[in-house]
Design a protein. Structure first.
Length: 175
């Protein structure tokens, strides 16, 4: 009988757990998990196989918000963030973009859509902000039409009941 248990990594495949700032640490953990000596399940995942997990985690965030339990919300937001990091890692491996590209894109969008905070546009009420927002979106849509043709979003997001997908739901149903 061996001294090692199935939960202990072999010396050849053991990785030192990364340290550092939390987001960078998370990205590095995912890079290791997806690497050649990482986790076979994580390595096997694709953007398509991760879709159900993204939906499930989104619904679990909504459930946590509804429950009012902030500790649960923190945990579920972490699970949702994992989905973003996971998909960004898959795209990094494809050479499409990185997590930093995702963060830069949303940061740029927030600055662009808030000229009343980061620029010289006046908006003292929520209604004025929404009026500016609509004008900004129209202008942005005109500039991006050609680029967006290859990246269409569904007109409706699926509203699958929480707990339909994923291992948590299967465990809850005794599967």
């Amino acid at each position: 009988m061996s001294d090692s248990t199935p939960s202990e990594p072999s010396a050849a495949s053991a990785h030192q757990a990364p340290e550092g700032p939390p987001v960078q640490r998370l990205i590095e953990i995912m890079r290791i998990l997806r690497g050649p000596t990482g986790c076979p399940w994580d390595h096997k995942q694709t953007l398509v196989t991760l879709k159900d997990h993204l939906i499930e985690e989104s619904h679990e965030v909504l459930d946590a918000i509804d429950s009012g339990d902030r500790a649960k919300l923190c945990d579920e937001l972490g699970d949702l963030l994992l989905q973003v990091v996971f998909q960004a890692q898959v795209c990094t491996e494809e050479g499409a973009f990185t997590f930093d590209d995702v963060a830069k894109t949303i940061g740029d969008k927030l600055v662009r859509r808030h000229p009343h905070v980061f620029g010289n546009v006046k908006a003292d009420t929520a209604e004025e902000v929404l009026k500016n927002w609509e004008a900004i979106k129209k202008d942005g849509a005109r500039r991006r039409n050609a680029a967006r043709d290859t990246c269409r979003r569904p007109t409706q997001s699926p509203r699958t009941p929480p707990g339909t997908f994923g291992s948590k739901a299967r465990r809850a149903r005794g599967l």
